[in-house]
Design a binder for this molecule. Structure first.
Ligand code: GLN
Length: 461
């Protein structure tokens, strides 16, 4: 198929189903022109890469010059960036066709996409269920065949947990593996951009496009990454699971997981064993404290990152006749930020205030170090760690909205990887018997060993 045909088909699909799903905040009117350009260049004999001409959905946390970038927030309504995020620039250079911007929890805070200022996204598997979050738009778009590939961002699970809830593949790369330049920052020490796709190979192809050093991101690794697509092909071919040591975390008890999630996980472990892997229990005693540490570190960093939305430099401004600069700022932030964002700014500001800093932020950083040490110890005896990606299948819209703590616990299994900076992948592991909804299994590997996840993931698919 030509790029114009592929792009047309996806735009038609969006027109047909997105009224119900609401995966997109913005559809790119110029997508067909970009597709026609790729077709012309290919016809002229230009040598283009493997993904040239393929449509791509982009989470609205990533800034783009030709489409608004809102990060799901009212305060950035209609905001046009003067530059492209590096991953977007890389995607365009590889010939990917931006289809549009996808819905998300405001500033990527949430696990259901219900915190979007522009209304929730619905799970294509069941429209009264959430698609997970914060990247529910990207995951739903891919699951509903509105886009073959999507970009997401994962600070505590926002790529992997929606992948789990929509039956898609999601990868959080090693911290520093993908540029964060132009990704509207939530928590800078945790954020990573990564792929959301329907197959492990597709994720590898997209990861190959976005990986690499970026002089504009001081935390980006100077690393010659292997081809993740090749790693996926290698995994699909063969016997990479033979002799593979798969760790299961003792301190992540099955009790907290929905029965169908736990049994899907057990089945996946059995399959791994049948394919020659060895299941080994590992101890990660601080794993379960990840959520607590995360909800101090994240609000602290977020409160600082969101200070730039001051009614002057970016986005909306609420006029206060006769008011001071401070009045304008307060009125703007009051009208522009949603409840969850305000909750976290208050939490973060409190945790960072003089006199409390050591007790809260300092302690959380210590727990973070202990989690990193747990992983180091575990990876001295296993090649990968496996967990269910999230405790439950897609829940009903509204079900957890009034209960922030319940919402936070969605990420109990995904957050530790962000705290430790290690890579993680979620791949579908079947449907839960009680509700027929998708379940994902997560694999974690040591930092810089992202390719291992593609080998294992493709072998399991
Ligand atoms: N659900 C988590 C949160 O609300 C994760 C968010 C993310 O990864 N961006 O913080």
């Amino acid at each position: 198929v030509s790029s114009v045909e592929a792009t047309t088909a996806h735009l038609e699909r969006i027109r047909a189903v997105d009224g119900e799903i609401h995966a997109f905040l913005h559809v790119n009117e110029a997508a067909l022109e970009a597709a026609a350009d790729i077709d012309r260049r290919r016809a002229a004999g230009e040598k283009l890469g493997p993904v040239a001409g393929v449509p791509l959905a982009i989470k609205d946390v990533l800034v783009t010059t030709d489409m608004p970038s809102t990060s799901g927030s009212r305060i950035l309504e209609g905001y046009m960036s003067p530059f492209d995020a590096t991953v977007v620039a890389n995607a365009r250079a590889a010939g990917l066709i931006p289809l549009g911007k996808t819905n998300m929890d405001e500033f990527a805070m949430g696990s259901s996409t219900e915190h979007s200022a522009y209304g929730p996204t619905h799970n294509p598997w069941h429209l009264d269920r959430v698609p997970g979050g914060s990247g529910g738009g990207s995951a739903a778009a891919v699951a509903a065949f509105e886009a073959p590939l999507a970009l997401g961002s994962d600070t505590g699970g926002s790529i992997r947990q929606p992948a789990h809830m929509t039956g898609t593949v999601g990868v959080k790369p090693t911290y520093g593996g993908v540029s964060r330049y132009g990704a509207i920052a939530l928590a800078s020490s945790l954020d990573q951009v990564g792929p959301v796709t329907r197959t492990v190979l597709d994720a590898g192809l997209l990861h190959d496009v976005i990986a690499g050093h970026d002089v504009r991101d001081s935390t980006s690794l100077v690393e010659a990454w292997p081809s993740f697509a090749d790693a996926a092909r290698e995994g699909a071919r063969g016997d990479v699971l033979k002799g593979l040591r798969v760790g299961v975390v003792r301190e992540l008890p099955e009790a907290g997981f929905q029965p169908g999630v736990a049994s899907s996980f057990r089945n996946a472990l059995n399959k791994l064993e049948q394919l020659g892997a060895e299941i080994v229990e590992v101890s990660a005693p601080h794993f379960e404290h990840g959520v607590a540490a995360y909800y101090l570190i994240l609000p602290a960093e977020a409160s600082s990152n969101l200070a730039k939305f001051d009614s002057v430099r970016f986005g909306m401004r609420v006029d206060v006749p006769g008011g001071t600069v401070e009045d304008v700022m307060a009125a703007t932030r009051d009208a522009g930020f949603g409840d969850e964002v305000k909750r976290r700014i208050i939490l973060g500001t409190y945790a960072l205030s003089a006199g409390y800093y050591d007790a809260y932020y300092g302690s959380a950083q210590k727990v973070r170090t202990l989690i990193q040490q747990d992983f180091d110890a575990a990876f001295s005896s296993v090649d990968v760690i496996a967990t269910p990606t999230a405790p439950t299948t897609a829940f009903r819209l509204g079900e957890q909205l009034e209960d922030p703590l319940q919402m936070y616990l969605n990420d109990v299994a995904t957050i530790p990887a962000n705290l430790a900076g290690i890579p993680g992948i979620s791949i579908p592991s079947g449907l839960a018997e009680e509700d027929g909804l998708p379940v994902g299994i997560q694999f974690l590997a040591p930092a810089r060993e992202d390719a291992r996840l593609y080998r294992v993931g493709a072998a399991m698919e």
